[in-house]
Design a protein around this ligand. Structure first.
Ligand SMILES: Nc1ncnc2c1ncn2[C@@H]1O[C@H](COP(=O)(O)OP(=O)(O)OP(=O)(O)O)[C@@H](O)[C@H]1O
Ligand SMILES: [Mg+2]
Length: 389
């Protein structure tokens, strides 16, 4: 395919494989001084073997250093395949791409406030191999510098959300961009206040875990199974009582907390009579409410709205494809217009990958991209490290 992109003089690639372990999203984006856009995008599912080992690596297991290194190589091969698809689809030569911003696969996330000795986050990948296979420079390890400066290393997307969606503030006085991936995170944009952001809690990861456990399916297509159940308020209350939902900012989370064990423990805390009556689909319904209500709680706590604010919630990530999540968000956030980022011109599946293309550009241009108010870092940092092709 040959396209004319002469109005976009610079190109970057962004690659994201998130906590849901559903696969990899990638974009090739073109940037000019005053605008940028996705030129081509591609997605690749993990094969079962890679998904299984990445899942296994989320917890302590035997010989994990060896398994992790092999998985990192395998990830680089998958990422390189996506890069060649992007170049082919766009008709752009690889020497026109300044850098690839590659997030890697999170296998541990252990930020610790004011405890640099014990804080770390680990995004598995082999950026040197990716640079070698593609012939393009790679920027990776985006979270490390923020953690080293005492931050959570997450969420990193708010600076990008603020930049990309700033034009929408001409129409709305309050915009919340909400990514519902494995976890959920929000960015709050206001006409007159600094950008705010945080991880709200679980996004899809509990929904995926429960349907896998109950029906051996990878995910609940459009929330159709959850729609068949009933909300169990006792279970929702138990889950919302978790410390994470009371934690002050900054806060970020991962599979260490939100996993199948979290659901089973919550079920075990129910009164015996309730526990005997609850159906598996009721648990799924309740998990959708947990995702939506935990997001709504943080929005009401931190968005600091005035009565006359014109409010918009723009949802992206896989959760935006689940109509039942969108309906439940609209129920808890009745004063917001709820839409998806696709309605604002950026496909819901491309937002995170575009963020990493943007973060790579920030690195190349020597610009910081963490927001210390959000991550808790002591200072602004240039995020990432360079692996030369
Ligand atoms: N059609 C759909 N219906 C319901 N849920 C969907 C649908 N498509 C995707 N999902 C959900 O979205 C998840 C993937 O979302 P996404 O790719 O945004 O998450 P991720 O890779 O974990 O990213 P991150 O955590 O970094 O934001 C799937 O695991 C699934 O639960
Ligand atoms: Mg994904």
């Amino acid at each position: 395919m040959q396209n004319n992109h002469s109005n976009l003089p610079e190109f970057y690639i962004g690659i994201m494989s998130g906590t849901s372990l559903d696969g990899i999203d990638a974009v090739l984006a073109g940037f000019s001084d005053n605008k940028y856009e996705v030129v081509s995008y591609a997605n690749l599912d993990f094969d079962t073997e890679l998904k299984d080992v990445l899942l296994e690596l989320q917890n302590v297991s035997e010989n994990e250093i060896h398994k992790a290194q092999l998985a990192a190589n395998n990830l680089a091969i998958h990422y390189a395949e996506l890069v060649s698809i992007l170049l082919e689809k766009s008709g752009i030569a690889k020497d026109k791409v300044k850098a690839i911003g590659s997030h890697g696969q999170t296998i541990r996330h252990q930020p610790k406030k004011n405890d640099v000795k014990n804080a770390y986050t680990l995004q598995l990948q082999n950026p040197s191999l990716l640079a070698e296979l593609t012939g393009i420079n790679v920027i990776a390890n985006f979270r490390e510098a923020d953690i080293a400066a005492g931050g959570q290393g997450a969420p990193l997307v708010p600076a990008f959300h603020a930049d990309y969606f700033k034009h929408v503030l001409a129409e709305y006085t309050k915009i919340v961009v909400c990514n519902i991936g494995g976890m959920s995170n929000i960015t709050i944009l206001s006409q007159d206040k600094p950008v705010m952001g945080m991880d709200c809690g679980a996004g899809n990861v509990l929904l995926d875990s429960w349907i896998k456990h109950s029906l051996n399916k990878d995910f609940d297509e459009n929330g159709s199974w959850a729609k068949q159940g009933q909300l169990n308020s006792d279970l929702l209350t138990i889950m919302l009582n978790n410390e994470y939902f009371k934690q002050s900012l900054p806060k970020s989370t991962g599979r260490e907390l939100f996993n199948l064990e979290f659901i089973i423990n919550s079920l075990n805390s129910l009164k015996i009579s309730t526990k005997l009556n609850i159906q598996p689909e009721d648990v799924q319904t309740t998990l959708v409410h947990l995702t939506a209500k935990s997001i709504a709680q943080d929005i009401y706590k931190y968005a600091d709205c005035k009565n006359d604010d014109k409010k918009l919630l723009a949802v992206c990530g896989g959760g935006a494809k689940n109509n039942f999540i969108l309906e439940t968000l609209a129920y808890y956030l009745a004063d917001y217009k709820v839409c998806t980022t696709s309605e604002l011109g950026l496909d819901t599946q491309n937002v995170e990958a575009l963020a990493f293309a943007w973060l790579a550009k920030q690195y190349i241009e020597n610009k910081p991209s963490n927001l210390p108010d959000i991550t808790g870092a002591k200072k602004y940092k240039i995020l990432g490290s360079l692996y030369k092709s």
